[in-house]
Design a protein around this ligand. Structure first.
Ligand SMILES: [Zn+2]
Length: 282
């Protein structure tokens, strides 16, 4: 009996710690990817042509007009990178690490990225912490991926995200074929005759790079709490913003309590001062 009790205690504690970790990854990590106060400090390289420079600013304007994000230019620093700044540079491909990084972020744009303004908007949205639509956890209900057609160096761009990231980064919004964050059918394919992405809904068009879709706009506004802007409550299948926000707040509070509770495991005297955690974990 004593052995069974000891086993159950170990199993329960182990299960709880896994849960703690999961919740922490969900909300805290996502929160840290957002620019503080929705203000993006940026610097544009001098190597862009005047027209390219203008396109980058135009793309920023498109985001500013529909969201509460503010882009603020910082003076160019030639010799070193200042922290907490988005550096927009020329380079190979159109790439940007997702989200805010306190040691600075780099967004690279090749001249091919200026074929459509949407390519620049796509990368700027990555800088804001927005991920690819076709990598959502639930994407298998909406698209098929032909893995054999993917060029090997780009295979990571088609990995499906983990379930635990879904609720926060999807922002309670349904899958959107029209998202500017969705890849086209043949993007990164070995051949243009060999598509990678097949939408399950017949005739659904993917990979547009003209404008942010309604759900792109709503996602930014929800993640940055732009409550006076469009929040996508009228999108069919969307979780109402207030409901989504309440749930995310609950996860944040739960994390705080879990953190206290984990400390209390190390120090039994602290346990008496903490609330009822068992009910919060259910
Ligand atoms: Zn991308």
């Amino acid at each position: 009996m004593a052995l069974w009790f000891a086993y159950m205690m170990v199993a329960w504690c182990a299960g709880t710690s896994v849960r703690c970790e999961t919740q922490e990854i969900d909300v805290r990590r996502e929160d840290r990817l957002h620019w503080p106060g929705g203000v993006v400090h940026y610097s544009i390289s001098e190597n862009f042509t005047l027209q390219q420079d203008e396109w980058i600013r135009k793309a920023m304007n498109m985001i500013e007009q529909q969201t509460c994000i503010i882009f603020e230019e910082r003076p160019r620093t030639s010799y070193y990178l200042s922290p907490k700044t988005l550096y927009i540079m020329t380079g190979c491909g159109c790439t940007c690490k997702v989200g805010y990084h306190r040691y600075g972020s780099v967004l690279r744009l090749h001249k091919q990225c200026f074929k459509r303004i949407g390519h620049v908007v796509h990368e700027l949205l990555h800088a804001l912490g927005i991920r690819h639509e076709h990598q959502r956890f639930d994407r298998n209900y909406y698209i098929h991926i032909n893995q054999t057609a993917i060029r090997m160096p780009y295979i990571r761009n088609f990995f499906r995200r983990r379930r635990r990231l879904s609720y926060v980064c999807n922002a309670g919004l349904p899958y959107d074929y029209g998202s500017i964050m969705h890849y086209p059918m043949v993007g990164f394919s070995k051949s243009r005759t060999q598509p990678i992405i097949f939408p399950i809904v017949p005739c659904a068009h993917v990979g547009q790079r003209k404008r942010m879709s309604s759900s792109d706009v709503a996602r930014v506004n929800r993640l940055y709490a732009c409550t006076d802007r469009y929040l996508g409550d009228n999108i069919p299948g969307a979780v109402p913003y207030m409901e989504w926000q309440r749930h995310v707040q609950k996860l944040r509070r739960l994390q705080t309590h879990i953190k206290c509770w984990r400390r209390s495991l190390l120090s039994p005297s602290m346990h008496r001062n903490t609330p009822q955690y068992s009910s919060m974990l259910q």
